[in-house]
Design a protein around this ligand. Structure first.
Ligand code: UDP
Ligand code: MG
Length: 305
């Protein structure tokens, strides 16, 4: 069996387009299937739209959250609920084209891969500034973490049962799937496609959300930023020591005609800034450690239909 996990948040407009398109390609796959719509606390008619489809298709299941928990929680719930030997996760807005599904399936079924994933070669239709920061993010994070995140990689992918079980064995609260998928390993084939625009509705991301997501990714996969304190501290100390020598020698040789106010302020500001930055970085890690130790569930299910 193949399980299709579809996180949905306020997607009443997209669902009616999504289902026929998906079904068209599902029919090409010689497996029984289940479609798991994970309703992430939608405020519109998302659940009703999904249930409407269920009338004609017994293989549809709707998992409904008690409130909005985010896409990561939605994917996790879907993976936990999925019974299939193969599990696919895809967006409902048709930005993850179902036409790639037969190829994804063939890759894991016939070739020696546990996963087939997709990435966008273009970012056409996306604001320029967003593309720029996205590129920077991939460059920076790939320098810092031990696994590689492919630039433009989507969450859209198919996984074998053993890979899904591996993904589920990571029990962290702050989930960053873009990193978790490569982290669990297994052979993954990347299939490229051109960016597609959303079929209906609008994106749930804004710049601030993406920024927080980027921080989650970095903090979740490396402690390298913590070393910033060590590095900066060492550099500033060395500089401070040399400067002290200079001041002392100058005072002893040419004397010290007072002044020095601007340099004092400059150094004060610089040091203050560095201290706050380092405190902030430590805070990011401390805050997450705090949240993780609470062991709260990632989501609360209201009902499964
Ligand atoms: N989504 C979700 N919970 C959220 C935000 C988004 O389940 O809090 C779903 C959304 O319904 C869609 C997918 O995640 O199926 C991707 O969202 P979106 O299209 O807004 O992201 P983008 O394609 O712009 O990256
Ligand atoms: Mg989208």
């Amino acid at each position: 069996m193949i399980s299709i996990v579809v996180p949905c948040y306020n997607e009443e407009e997209a669902i009616p387009f999504f289902y026929p398109e998906l079904k068209k390609y599902l029919d090409e796959i010689p497996e029984t299937y289940e479609i798991l719509f994970v309703d992430d606390g939608s405020k519109d008619r998302t659940v009703k739209e999904a249930l409407k489809l269920k009338k004609n298709d017994e293989n549809i299941k709707v998992i409904s959250f008690s409130r909005n928990f985010g896409k990561e929680a939605g994917m996790l719930a879907g993976f936990r609920e999925a019974k299939g030997d193969y599990v696919v996760v895809m967006d409902v807005d048709l930005q993850d084209p179902p036409r790639l599904l037969p190829e994804l399936y063939r890759t894991v079924k016939e070739e020696d891969y546990d996963s087939a994933a997709t990435y966008r070669v273009t970012r056409a239709g996306e604001p320029k500034i967003r593309s720029f920061f996205a590129r920077m993010f991939y460059k920076i994070i790939n320098k810092m973490i031990e696994v590689e995140i492919v630039d433009g990689a989507r969450d859209y992918r198919i996984m074998s049962r053993r890979m899904v079980d591996a993904v589920l064995s990571l029990s962290e609260y702050y989930r960053f799937s873009k990193g978790i998928f490569p982290w669990v390993g297994f052979k993954t084939k990347y299939i490229e496609y051109e960016n597609v625009e959303r079929v209906a509705g609008e994106t749930k991301w804004n710049f601030w959300k993406l920024f927080k997501y980027a921080i989650d990714g970095i903090v979740g996969f490396t402690t390298a930023p913590l070393r910033v304190a060590t590095v900066l501290g060492t550099m500033v100390s060395i500089f401070g020591f040399l400067y002290m020598l200079y001041i002392v020698i100058k005072a002893m040789t040419v004397g010290d005609p007072v002044a020095g106010y601007p340099s004092l302020i400059a150094i004060l500001c610089l040091l203050g800034g560095i201290q706050l930055l380092v405190l902030g970085i430590m805070g990011e890690y401390l805050g997450r450690t705090y949240m993780e130790t609470k062991c709260r569930p990632n989501y609360v299910i209201k009902e499964i239909l």
